[in-house]
Design a protein around this ligand. Structure first.
Ligand SMILES: [Zn+2]
Length: 360
């Protein structure tokens, strides 16, 4: 029988051992913490509000593009924008999260080979922050070297994890390639031995043996998941891949049940029954991006449709009614935030994390 962990944490950004406690609580309690991609204070605040409303802990993450946008599309240097945008967003979350009364994990999303310097620059900022505050700026960073040969993927992850672990930062690695538009995959044969579509359990075992002595890490595994939302019938979800990976590591190293911390990328549009199956196999994090982009845009779109004149005239040309109250950005940006919150209500429910916050 699983003994549910009774651990409680202070609300706010969690890092190091506290992050490990949170991951274990999710695995023991068989729920998944939603990981939401954000691009500005609107999306960050909406995520915090939704987490508080649903009494769920939450993961806030920035892609390199999201971080660049956070710094400003007109920022003069693209690389610097990716770094400083992420740092700026992290400071915002550190300041705000504790007041929302839930635990928040701060994470950065996919970094391929070209973006390893981005992660290293963020670690440099993390090291400076650690000196001052005794904790890092980010809880974890993802390294996605799944396009590289396995040996290179793993040795590079080991190199970065050694540095990250010194300031209590975790890493997420990717084994096998998540399908979808940005990855150019999604129509290959549904073959379990295809290492591009499906993570191979023996690769996961190799990662475990190399990385677990160095620090805390999680694995984004490919089990037929795709980024984005597509018509049904693309690639079949095969959660048994996760089960087999856990079983292989458990038997090879006589570990406790579900030794791996698994991450579900490309969760938008997945069947609920398949999501629930992954809960049993040690998945603690699921990324949600595409569905929230739509939720944000859809609500703003509705508002514009309902009030078309307010977006064409400051004052109505016939009735002379002023439209200031409708075109004020706070009015329609709030509609977008409400769209994010409503979609997250569903995500917290689907992933069974609602009511499970371990903050007190
Ligand atoms: Zn992803």
């Amino acid at each position: 029988m699983t003994v549910l962990s009774q651990a409680k944490l202070k609300p706010g950004v969690v890092t190091g051992k506290d992050y490990q406690t949170l991951v274990q609580a999710a695995k023991d309690g068989e729920y998944i913490i939603p990981a939401v991609n954000v691009v500005g204070t609107n999306s960050i605040n909406a995520v915090l509000e939704a987490a508080r409303k649903n009494k769920s802990d939450v993961i806030i993450q920035l892609s390199n593009g999201g971080a660049e946008f956070y710094a400003g599309k007109g920022f003069p240097d693209s690389f610097q924008a990716k770094v400083l945008g992420a740092v700026s967003a992290a400071h915002h979350v550190h300041l705000m999260a504790q007041h929302y009364g839930v635990c928040v994990v701060l994470h950065t999303d996919h970094a391929n080979k070209k973006l390893v310097p981005w992660v290293e620059a963020l670690l440099e900022h993390g090291e400076a922050y650690y000196k001052q505050h005794g904790r890092p700026l980010f809880t974890s960073h993802m390294l996605d070297l799944s396009e590289e040969p396995l040996a290179e993927n793993l040795s590079e992850c080991a190199r970065v994890l050694k540095r990250a672990a010194k300031i209590d930062v975790s890493i997420e690695i990717e084994l096998g390639i998540t399908g979808g538009e940005e990855d150019g995959i999604g129509s290959e044969d549904d073959d379990l031995d295809n290492p591009n579509l499906y993570t191979q359990p023996q690769d996961v075992l190799q990662a475990y043996e190399l990385l677990s002595p160095l620090g805390f890490f999680s694995v984004a595994a490919s089990f037929g998941n795709v980024h984005g939302v597509y018509a049904p019938g693309n690639v079949k979800l095969r959660p048994e891949i996760l089960k087999n990976s856990q079983a292989l590591v458990e038997s090879a190293h006589k570990t406790a049940h579900n030794p791996l911390n698994l991450v579900f990328h490309g969760g938008s549009g997945s069947e609920q029954s398949k999501i629930e199956e992954t809960l049993k196999y040690g998945v603690f994090k699921m990324n949600i991006d595409t569905d929230l982009q739509f939720a944000f845009a859809h609500e703003i779109g509705n508002f514009v449709k309902e009030n078309p004149k307010a977006f064409a005239y400051q004052i109505d040309p016939e009735t002379h009614t002023p439209y200031k109250k409708l075109y004020d950005p706070r009015k329609w940006l709030r509609k977008g935030e409400e769209g994010i919150i409503a979609r997250l209500d569903q995500a917290f429910r689907d992933l069974k994390s609602a009511g499970k916050s371990i903050a007190q």
